[in-house]
Design a protein around this ligand. Structure first.
Ligand code: AMP
Length: 220
């Protein structure tokens, strides 16, 4: 059985939480392009330095760079039975590239108001060592500012400042419409209202996806 999913939605809508729950329940890997890029940055590779100049300003990394990183990752053996993409595709050229090389079964569009998004992003904490994410209200670490998983000191993402959030949100709105239309025309789009507790809503989404299981579970 194979399931290939992507989650679309504005920054801070909860894509990471939904993806990790779906990943656990469907037993397929969760691939976040933001995370892949941040890892590249923290390894201080040449590519990492190039990527950082975009990420730190809240700008999209050029399609060619992201497509290459994603394609390389999707060729790994753990993706043979499917995957969940989080934060990709974000532009039409990325969607076209993906459809050509790794066609998706369903694309979930997570929707929430700007107020909800700002509230979520402002409380977000990130572990620079293992990548685990927290939220001061909804998912606080057991010890203040310390990662439950690896004990490293938590930090805020440099691109989570109010000015950068606004830029990222505007960039999202400007680029997402053609991607949404593209998947709508292919009959793959699943719009989902993501206002509320992501931990609970993720299971509603799972049920919704399972109700069209014969469509998304493709014998390959
Ligand atoms: P995220 O963790 O998904 O919010 O992504 C953080 C940052 O990584 C974004 O603001 C972009 O700078 C970059 N990024 C992540 N995914 C993509 C993508 N699909 N295309 C271009 N840039 C991306």
């Amino acid at each position: 059985m194979s399931i290939r999913l992507a989650l679309l939605g504005p920054p801070g809508v909860g894509k990471g939480t939904y993806s990790s729950i779906l990943s656990k329940e469907l037993r397929i890997p969760h691939l976040s392009t933001g995370e892949l890029l941040r890892r590249e940055i923290s390894m201080k590779t040449e590519l990492g330095r190039e990527v950082e100049s975009y990420v730190s300003r809240g700008l999209l990394v050029p399609d060619k760079i992201v497509n290459d990183i994603v394609a390389k990752r999707l060729c790994a053996s753990d993706c043979a039975n499917g995957f969940i993409l989080d934060g990709y595709p974000r532009t039409l050229p990325q969607a076209v590239f993906l459809e050509e090389h790794f066609p998706l079964d369903k694309v979930v569009l997570l929707q929430a108001s700007l107020e909800t998004i700002i509230e979520r992003i402002c409380g977000r904490l990130y572990c620079p060592n293992c990548g685990e994410t927290y939220h001061v209200s909804w998912k606080p670490p057991k010890r203040d500012n310390i990662c439950d998983k690896c004990g490293a000191k938590l930090t805020r993402r440099t691109d989570d400042s109010p000015e950068v959030i606004k830029r990222r949100y505007e960039e999202y709105l400007a680029t997402v419409s053609p991607v949404v239309d593209f998947y709508k025309k292919l009959g793959k789009l699943v719009p989902f209202r993501a206002e509320g507790d992501s931990q609970i809503l993720a299971y509603s989404l799972l049920r919704e996806l399972s109700s069209s299981r014969t469509e998304i579970l493709v014998e390959k």
